[in-house]
Design a binder for this molecule. Sequence first.
Ligand code: UD1
Ligand code: UDP
Length: 372
Amino acid sequence: MVRRIKKVAIVFGTRPEAIKMAPVIKELKKYSQIELLVIVTAQHRELLDQVLDLFEITPDYDLDIMESKQKLETITTKILAELSTILAAEDPDLILVHGDTTTTFASALAAFYQQIPIGHIEAGLRTHDKYNPFPEEMNRHLSDVLADLYFAPTEKAKNNLLREGVAAENIFVTGNTVIDALKDIFTTDHKFKEASLNSLNFEGNKVVLLTVHRRENIGQPLFNICRAVKEIIAKTERVKVICPVHPNPEIKKIITAELKASTSVYLIEPLAYQDFINLLGRVSLVLTDSGGVQEEASVLGKPLLVLREKTERPEVVNSGLAKLVGCTSSLIVDESIKLLKQQAQDFLFESKNLYGQGKSAVQIAEILSSYF
Ligand code: UD1
Ligand code: UDP
């Protein structure tokens, strides 16, 4: 018998996936012919819960897999085993995964083993370097090999998929749902929950936002980044560096050891999303190895230095807002000082609509409803 109501299982596990899936959940809930099943792997725990609370998402299933210093193998095998049981019991008509985390890949693989069609949101991003970023480049590539429907954020991402032999009729260029989330939450008169940010003088200081978490940056690259931060502070007047420290113990250890002593550095807990993007909207410069932060900084018109060797988001670099500097201290210092000087001279960095107008989730939901 053909089911009239179609069951869609949305699976995610980390902070950025949750932020980018939240608008999709909101839109799909409007369709009476779609039954939505929200499954979280909780590859992240606290970071995920912050976002679930904000967007008032109550998962139907929570695999609760996170461990301290977790290994890629454990994340993958736990998800594969536990999600498979749920998929077998629920028998969804489609599974939706997002981006390039190990949750994304393991969930796609679990769905494939049960021959459940897979929709991949934020499909087609590539650096074409297997180990950069690691393991995300392979996670997204392998997820795209397994997928059936592709929601590519940009034409460049679509072209990557076409080059890999994906049929054009299965690719939809939708923009990135992070813009939907940001536009939903960003306000011009935000009062920060993090008290230290309310007393910060954004006009009288040059405020720099630093975020780091990539596995390939743990070790010497992160030491180099910290050295660069100290040098920027030493060479520039009135610089304040805000760093919401990622809870990964290996990141925390290095950042705390290297930067705790500086009175110009604010090492704070990961910020709630509304605090984070409203902070991003007010800073002078962003130093980051994040993917999502690049997209958000571009729509807010913030200059940024990408602390990576390769990027899967060439749109931001090509727009002139971002520069790829890797983790070489001298380059980070020189480029930061240049950009901070431009800011001091009121050099205008313009907001860029590289990832859509904030209607990506509406499009994805419409495409899915006609797919059924
Ligand atoms: C993961 C993703 C990465 C994504 C990032 C977004 C993989 C392999 N990595 O990287 O693609 O860009 O999320 O932030 O999929 N931890 C906590 N609490 C939390 C979250 C993490 O304590 O809420 C600690 C745990 O000790 C955990 C460690 O951080 O073992 C690393 O978490 P993990 O998800 O493996 O890697 P991320 O670097 O967060
Ligand atoms: N973010 C947040 N609080 C923070 C730091 C980041 O809410 O303290 C948000 C940020 O706005 C972006 C996402 O987390 O949407 C990016 O996550 P991350 O850098 O961890 O992952 P990536 O995008 O690199 O996968």
